[in-house]
Unconditional design. Structure first.
Length: 586
């Protein structure tokens, strides 16, 4: 691990050595020598770094050679065998720069490193001064990520983020070598994906009349209607833009809870013998609606139809089917649901929920996709004792947003998990949010897991004890995120291999604008990038001071990228939200 990197590289590369001699000065004659398979990174460099520097950076493929120094792009499958497809080598000296990728993704991450080497202004969209000098320091870098899933979840359901905001976030993720964007597309408060065969999902489910400002204890309301949705073409564009940046988009269609917007659009999806679902509207409260999907054949066929269209739009391996926080009251009270449970020979409602989740996990597996879900997808039985009371307590308080601590939630989490105990298809991936318990259970039953524990990686939670706009939940500082370790110590090496990585979740109840989103996401996403990319030692051995020192340069990059981050000394005046209530933890 280098003591310092020449340009305060972030995330920290696996190895970086300064070389002697002058660096490469880019000029009007610098060109991009694009080897076979490198065209899309060449285009990105020429378009993005070309715009920032004001240099032509012309791309030349094939054997022709230009007179000036070159940025040489190559793929090397032997390197890929050693470093993986996301690994790369970068060598620079006065004669040129050479980036070699283990695969196209590695090459692209190398190009991101090259931009960092040019300095923060290389992250702007136009040069500040014509004729500025752009120098690549002489270095030798060898780099590859620690984890294969380096993610961010955007909750575009609670507050819609218009398409250009998502594209911007893809650029911000790429700048941090993050490779997985999870879009939380549906919830009680809004349905955000066009489904051609069910137009009411967006016509009705995409809008709500008003929104509470702050969390449930707040009495302030924004009386403007809120909503919006992505057309299928918007999502195809997002997926293609992401693919150019080697980012996979994981769509989430949440079942069977967090579904009131869908039920408002199609009342037959709800528990119709318990509530008059025709009277339901898209929810205007935060928290957890008691109105859940019925586990009926109608629901199964409807959501298979939804997923058929989702699969057309999202070619990636993963489809997220939610599965979290299902209040069971309506199922318990419903003769129709109880008859269904008995007919299936299932002991309780948790088993019924598991049956529903499994149905879709198998449906996806048959179509060559991997189901992903929150860690509740492993739950198969209601807890027998005290923990059950705990579960009932948080379900019953439905309206409270995340109303119990992570520790209490962990009480209702999956049991320890034993190999072979899962009946979900083998490729199913579990997102562990109730602490790391769900992830541990997942890998112990042979599934891969992504760590996103609420107390460490929920970006709606406040970044300092005092003075935060809309203070929510745990205090989770930049350093707290930096010290998160995705692999729990108790795992064996084999189990640890199943930890695919980690992701940060930006739940958006209190993030009603892109500025609020930026404030909550940054700078903490930079820490997550380093935790998931770099081969950091155990938390107590991490060089936090070194990270914070590199952050000084990184803030200048974020400034250049136009990110409204939280500054180290707290919110700027316009970032404060005086009088808006959050939900601090006790
Ligand atoms: C969650 O926070 N309900 C996944």
């Amino acid at each position: 691990m280098p003591e310092a990197t020449p340009a305060a590289l972030l995330p920290l590369p696996q190895s970086c050595t300064g070389r002697t001699g002058p660096g490469l000065v880019l000029g009007a004659d610098t060109w991009i020598d694009a080897g076979t398979g490198t065209e899309s990174t060449a285009r990105w460099l020429s378009g993005t770094v070309g715009a920032a520097t004001g240099l032509p950076l012309q791309v030349q493929s094939g054997p022709g050679s230009e007179p000036g120094p070159a940025v040489r792009l190559r793929l090397d499958e032997h390197l890929g065998e050693r470093l993986g497809a996301e690994g790369y080598l970068l060598e620079s000296d006065a004669a040129g720069v050479s980036i070699t990728g283990g695969g196209p993704a590695g090459l692209f991450w190398g190009a991101q490193t090259l931009r960092q080497l040019l300095g923060p202004p290389a992250h702007r969209r136009a040069p500040l001064h014509r004729g500025a000098t752009w120098t690549v320091p002489p270095v030798s870098i060898r780099d590859a990520p620690r984890f294969r899933w380096r993610g961010l979840m955007l909750d575009v359901a609670r507050h819609f983020l218009p398409k250009d905001g998502v594209l911007r976030y893809l650029d911000l993720m790429a700048a941090h070598k993050l490779n997985t964007l999870h879009l939380h597309l549906t919830d009680d408060q809004g349905w955000r994906v066009q489904i051609r065969r069910y137009p009411r999902l967006t016509e009705v489910g995409g809008w709500r009349p008003r929104s509470r400002i702050g969390l449930t204890a707040s009495t302030l309301w924004d009386e403007r209607p809120h909503g919006g949705f992505y057309t299928q073409d918007d999502l195809r564009e997002i997926v293609a833009y992401a693919a150019d940046r080697h980012i996979t988009v994981v769509p989430e269609i949440d079942i069977p809870a967090h579904s009131q917007a869908a039920i408002a659009a199609y009342p037959e999806l709800g528990v119709t013998d318990v509530v008059d679902t025709t009277a339901l509207r898209v929810w205007t409260e935060w928290g957890l609606s008691p109105n859940v999907l019925s586990p009926s054949d109608t629901t199964l066929r409807f959501y298979e139809g939804v997923l058929e269209e989702v699969l057309e739009m999202f070619p990636g391996p993963y489809v997220h089917i939610g599965g979290d926080e299902c209040p069971m009251e309506q199922w318990r009270a419903s003769p129709a649901v109880q008859a269904r449970r008995e007919e299936l020979g299932l002991p309780d409602e948790v088993a019924l929920q598991h049956w529903l989740v499994r149905h879709f996990a198998v449906w996806l597996a048959r179509r060559g996709r991997r189901a992903t879900g929150w860690d509740e997808i492993l739950d198969r039985r209601a807890p027998a004792s005290g923990a059950g009371a705990q579960a009932a307590a948080w379900s019953d308080t439905g309206a409270a947003f995340g109303s119990v601590s992570g520790a209490a939630r962990a009480d209702v989490g999956p049991s320890a998990g034993r190999p072979g105990t899962s009946d979900l298809p083998p490729g199913t991936t579990v997102l562990s949010w109730r602490g790391t318990t769900g992830g541990i259970a997942a890998v112990r039953s042979g599934h891969s897991a992504v760590m996103c524990p609420e107390e460490h990686l929920y970006l709606d939670h406040r970044q300092a004890p005092e003075g935060e706009p809309v203070p929510v939940g745990y205090v989770c500082t930049l350093t707290d995120v930096y010290l998160f370790e995705p692999v729990p110590r108790e795992l064996t090496a084999e189990e640890a291999d199943l930890i695919a990585g980690a992701q940060a979740n930006a739940w958006s109840e209190t993030m009603e604008t892109p500025q609020r989103l930026d404030y909550q996401v940054f700078p903490r996403l930079a820490a997550l990038a380093e935790v998931t990319w770099s081969h950091l030692p155990a938390p107590h051995e991490r060089d936090t001071a070194g990270f914070l020192a590199r952050m000084r340069t990184h803030y200048a990059r974020l400034d250049a990228l136009g990110v409204d981050y939280r500054a180290p000394d707290g919110p700027r005046p316009w970032q404060r939200r005086p009088g808006v209530q959050g939900r601090p933890m006790a």
